[in-house]
Write a protein that binds this ligand. Sequence first.
Ligand code: PHB
Length: 360
Amino acid sequence: MSILFEPGKLGDIDIKNRVLMAPLTRNRAYPDGTPHEMAVTYYAQRASAGLIISEGAQIVPMAKGYINTPGIHNAKQIAAWKEITDAVHANGGKIVLQLWHVGRISHTSLLPEGSAPLAPSAIQAEAPTFTEEGPANVSAPRELSVAEIEAIVTEYADAAQASIEAGFDGVEVHGANGYLLNQFISTNTNDRTDAYGGSPEKRAKLLLDVVDAVSERIGRGRVGVRLSPTGTFNDIHDAEVSATYGYLFEEIGKRDLAFLHVVEAFPGFEPSGPDKDLVQNLRAGYTGNYIANGGYDKDSAAEAVEKGVAAVSFGRMFISNPDLPERLRLGAELNPVDDDTLYGGDEKGYTDYKALSVAA
Ligand code: PHB
């Protein structure tokens, strides 16, 4: 049997295999951020994953960046998520919630009272979002004060606690893909000269403060972090990848968290040769549970696990193959993804992809 189907442990979370479901924005929540009833079926259908990492959920209304994404900041949202986690657990699965703050990747029309998005520095991104009116470039952000940054740390801890109330097995702190925590980490988005900007240590401070506050609230064995060292999606560029992420991987390693989840490649933004080597070097130097993501198939995933990676997460393949672990185990054919139904819409392209037993 392939090593991909051996059980394991990520901190306090037992996983039944090494084929995980990556976080995926699907834009099917209600406008107020309450997860849709369809999401109960969608996640329950994918409970054969070793672990599901949920789509990003905004931790507060100011953390939202696209239409119809779910939140994790009020009782109604928590109750709707509880239906989802109960259904996943009833099917024998595990699920963590991804804690999301988009920072500058938002639009005034998506934010309370038409506010400007929040960011480490007032530097606007060249990046698309989707509003009620359709596609738009993100709005100009405003710089956060130190008091506001400290308040955001508490907002993450509150959202982590809400996630546990909603029945999640843990949380993933989204530090990747150009969103708020990544904006603090990266050189092109952070011009600050206070405790949160300048050296790798200072740019990493907010992410590590968040990880520590969340760990204190729910226990470090239930906390993971997602990073994208070489990513350029959402107009993010780090001029010092090696120094920045060498420091971050070391600090995260010291904290003995459930996992570090790394976006090694992002669709449409794949790293070139030297950047590929950078990620592999960072991976080799990390001794905690490492989840690899981006561009893997069955063979390359098995090889990665053989070489010491704890697990591999799959995004697009899990959208169109709800029974992905079983299909990989059997070497069965995979359903193709319908790109037109990825973001928003109804059951089509969401809960109507067939599992093998149903398709047969
Ligand atoms: C997206 O909505 O396209 C999206 C959201 C979160 C990510 C990456 C992509 O981390």
